[in-house]
Design a protein around this ligand. Structure first.
Ligand SMILES: Cc1cc2nc3c(=O)[nH]c(=O)nc-3n(C[C@H](O)[C@H](O)[C@H](O)COP(=O)(O)OP(=O)(O)OC[C@H]3O[C@@H](n4cnc5c(N)ncnc54)[C@H](O)[C@@H]3O)c2cc1C
Length: 376
């Protein structure tokens, strides 16, 4: 085994794994993950939702470009379906009826099966909604639960099969240059690579600084979730997710319980994010306000980081200040659902080929995600 690679991918979340999946057959590749397990940070803490609803335009197009991969994954990629139908019910209180009309029209443009509902029909779909809370509602069937771990493991299994060297417990602690190589210091020794792929999630700017580059302003934002038990009389398996129209909160079935998020987005340091009491309290409050479910105990609580560039768009491409440093960062709240298309896009640019035609045809120009747009 060599310790000089064509490419060192730094970060073992969905970004790094999907990139390795695309590129390992053409380049010698090592993927370095600081934690003992891949997917420990944002990737393992998501709401696992595939939806085009309320996404920024680039994310909507990447979702379109990713759907086929989820629906028809390559032979042998996974033993379970990557998408399970869920559906999404959007609800509004009386004072937000204007918002629901606007949101309905927006969603209808890309999800033609979406339909307005009478509040009684919303109650029939989710029988524990608080009578009188929901004044307006619509239902969008184009919403799925994703099998995130199967997706992550599928990417990695295939990358390993193509020769990728996946190393956990392997934090990159310093990045130096020597004779045209990057020299990466890790607790397990030094690794050399011709190029670096920055798939470090919340640490993306920190990694750039380690490599001597000014950061791009990619800021992690904390988001919290709790799960609560629901009385057995309610069959969660067939219930849709529920989102408040202004995204004050959302809840959805998750492994036999109800996951609730107050949809917080608090700027944070890059860290092992932990839920704050105030956000847990908000999650419980929103659930009790909009449903008749009392929150007696919280089965599970967590927080994760969603990292955004200043313009919220994903950041993909070689850094103009260092042509061997490649960005794959800023996936925000959609890094999992966009990973099939975004990794294909990234691999195209990384190989100095054109990004996939199918995505360009959807309306994405080759420099759409380029780090240069951020003023460097
Ligand atoms: C509550 C919540 C709900 C979400 N819901 C959804 C959803 O429904 N759908 C969706 O698509 N997305 C969702 N997201 C967003 C999604 O989780 C992220 O966009 C995605 O996981 C980002 O993946 P990543 O690989 O960039 O980051 P990460 O998964 O955080 O991976 C980055 C990795 O880099 C490693 N690393 C960093 N620095 C170093 C270093 N120096 N050396 C070695 N390793 C390093 C870290 O340890 C980390 O494991 C949600 C996020 C949260 C928090």
């Amino acid at each position: 085994m060599t310790d000089i690679f064509d490419v060192a991918v730094i970060g073992g979340g969905i970004a790094g794994a999907s990139f390795a999946y695309r590129v390992a057959k053409d380049r010698t590749l090592v993927l370095l993950e600081r934690e003992a397990h891949v997917g420990y940070h944002s990737t393992g803490r998501s709401a696992a939702e595939f939806s085009r609803q309320f996404q920024i335009p680039s994310t909507g197009l990447l979702a379109d470009g990713s759907f086929d991969f989820f629906a028809n994954p390559p032979e042998g990629f996974t033993e379970v379906p990557l998408l399970l139908p869920r559906g999404n019910l959007v609800i509004a209180e009386a004072e937000r009826m204007g918002d629901i009309d606007a949101a309905f029209r927006e969603v209808l443009e890309t999800s033609p099966e979406t339909r307005m509902l009478h509040p009684d029909d919303a109650l029939a779909m989710v029988p524990f909604l608080r009578p009188g809370y929901t004044a307006g509602a619509f239902y969008d069937p184009a919403n799925w639960d994703m099998e995130v771990d199967s997706l992550l493991q599928g990417y990695l299994r295939s990358a390993r099969h193509d020769g990728a060297d996946i190393r956990t417990n392997c934090a990159v602690t310093a990045v130096n240059r020597e004779n045209g190589y990057f020299r990466l210091e890790t607790p397990a020794g030094e690794i050399r690579a011709r190029t670096i792929v920055n798939a470090a999630g919340a640490w993306a700017d920190g990694l750039a600084e380690m490599a001597g580059l000014q950061p791009l302003g990619i800021v992690p934002h904390r988001r919290t979730a709790i799960t609560v038990d629901v009385p057995e009389q309610y069959d969660l398996s067939t219930m849709p997710g529920v989102a408040e129209v202004a995204e004050d909160f959302y809840f959805k079935p998750e492994s036999g319980r109800l996951m609730v998020s107050p949809a917080d987005a608090t700027p944070s340091e890059a860290c092992d994010a932990q839920p704050e009491d105030i956000d847990i309290a908000y999650a419980a409050h929103f659930l009790e306000q909009s449903t008749i479910l009392p929150v007696r105990t919280i089965a599970h609580k967590w927080a994760g980081l969603r990292s955004f560039a200043p313009d919220k768009r994903q950041v993909v491409g070689f850094d103009p200040r260092d042509p061997a440093f490649f960005w794959l960062a800023g996936q925000g709240g959609s890094g999992i659902l966009t990973s099939p298309a975004l990794s294909a896009w990234a691999a195209g640019l990384f190989m100095r080929a054109a990004p996939p035609r199918q995505l360009q045809d959807l309306g994405l120009s080759p420099d759409y995600f380029s780090p240069s747009r951020l003023g460097i």
